[in-house]
Design a binder for this molecule. Structure first.
Ligand code: NAD
Length: 352
């Protein structure tokens, strides 16, 4: 796990889960419910001890609060972390027990999938509580796999960033995509359709080769993607890619991708700014998935999801304008704006 230096505002509540009979041990962190139910996925992961799990949950919940606030969603931020049981365990029993914990919070926490959990798990959760999203989409309804929406939002942000930097569109621009999973593949498809030139890498060689062939992209080794001279580096794998070494190696003008916690630390964001790289804050540009989750929960239409995801570039512009006006690095501008928005709450007109 990568350490992401948390901006460090304290959470509203920490709900400890302990149900040994069903293998459940973990926490639900409600970072903030000021703007709505604390929404954020449920992670099932190996942690060395309870403290490590809690630390991860605290950091992730805060990130969700900022992401949701800056996406103009009527949602607070939260996260659930469950420690992966040792050995064999009854998955249905575990997620039903988790569902009962979610239910005890009476709607203050809204859960969904995250690393290590999937749609089937959320269906177990649903047997115990209605405060869950990421369920299979009914015909024509919103819901299901959020990754195409995440990719669409990243594209919108990238267009804004390239326009800002070069005064031009993505046609002919070179984009280096790291990680060709759910979001990365959709992003490549969108980028190819607007005429961008692609350089791609994935630790899975088969996936990398297939993607390169499909989009006529240049394939590089996973370790070489940071060294590719390009207009945009799009991290779509894991977090912490831009650490002290990564920042020095990077040969991109712009960083804009789907991965959460791209910066290993606050200092790395400052280093990027000093090197003249335009960093598009991760949680500002990767909110398409949570917009879709929110729509599923609140019954918004598909057209509404399209409209909101399509505004990702405009939301990025507001953050980058704020950064310029205040001489802040973009990641710090995003944190400041999110904290201010949470402190103030939405006005009735902004929420409408
Ligand atoms: P995924 O697991 O489907 O894809 C990740 C891909 O990255 C895999 O193909 C994996 O092989 C590859 N990878 C891992 N390490 C790599 C490395 N060092 N170099 C190159 N490739 C590597 O995940 P995803 O759903 O596409 O999400 C990608 C990132 O975006 C994650 O950080 C996730 O937290 C974030 N994110 C996803 C969504 C969403 O809607 N799925 C929303 C917001 C943020």
């Amino acid at each position: 796990h990568h350490l992401h230096q948390s901006p460090g505002t304290p959470p509203e509540a920490v709900h400890v889960m302990r149900d040994p009979a069903n293998g459940l041990e973990g926490v639900i962190v409600l970072h903030s419910t000021r703007l709505g139910p604390a929404a954020g996925g449920c992670r099932l992961w190996r942690y060395p001890d309870a403290a490590a799990a809690a630390t991860d949950a605290l950091r992730l919940a805060e990130g969700m609060a900022y992401k949701n606030a800056l996406a103009d969603l009527p949602l607070g931020g939260g996260k659930a972390v469950i420690r992966l049981p040792q050995g064999k365990f009854d998955r249905a029993a575990l997620f039903r027990a988790f569902g009962r914990e979610v239910e005890r919070l009476e709607g203050r926490y809204l859960t969904a999938e995250d690393v290590g959990t999937g749609v089937a798990d959320m269906e177990w959760v649903r047997t115990e509580t209605a405060h869950v999203a990421g369920l299979p989409a009914a015909q024509g309804a919103v819901g299901g796999d959020p990754s195409p929406w995440t990719a669409l939002g990243v594209l919108s942000a990238m267009e804004e960033a390239v326009r800002r930097r070069h005064g031009s569109g993505l046609a002919g621009a070179t984009v280096a995509v790291q990680g060709l999973g759910h979001v990365g593949t959709h992003l490549c498809e969108l980028l190819a359709s607007v005429g961008a030139r692609l350089v791609v890498a994935d630790v899975d060689p088969g996936r990398a080769a297939a993607c390169a062939a499909r989009f006529d992209a240049q394939l590089v080794a996973p370790d070489a993607i940071l060294d590719v001279p390009c207009d945009v580096f799009a991290p779509c794998a894991l977090g912490g890619v831009l650490d002290e070494r990564g920042v020095v190696r990077l040969k991109a003008e712009i960083v804009c991708g789907a991965a959460n916690n791209v910066l290993a630390s606050d200092a790395d964001g400052l280093r990027l700014a000093k090197r003249g790289v335009l960093y598009c804050p991760d949680y500002v540009v990767n909110s398409g998935g949570i917009i879709n989750v929110c729509a599923e929960h609140l019954g918004w239409s598909r057209a509404e999801v399209e409209r909101r995801v399509g505004q990702t570039g405009e939301r990025l512009r507001a953050v980058l304008d704020h950064a310029e006006q205040r001489s802040l690095a973009p990641h710090r501008a995003a944190n400041a704006l999110a904290q201010a928005r949470i402190a103030v709450g939405y006005t009735a007109s902004a929420q409408a």
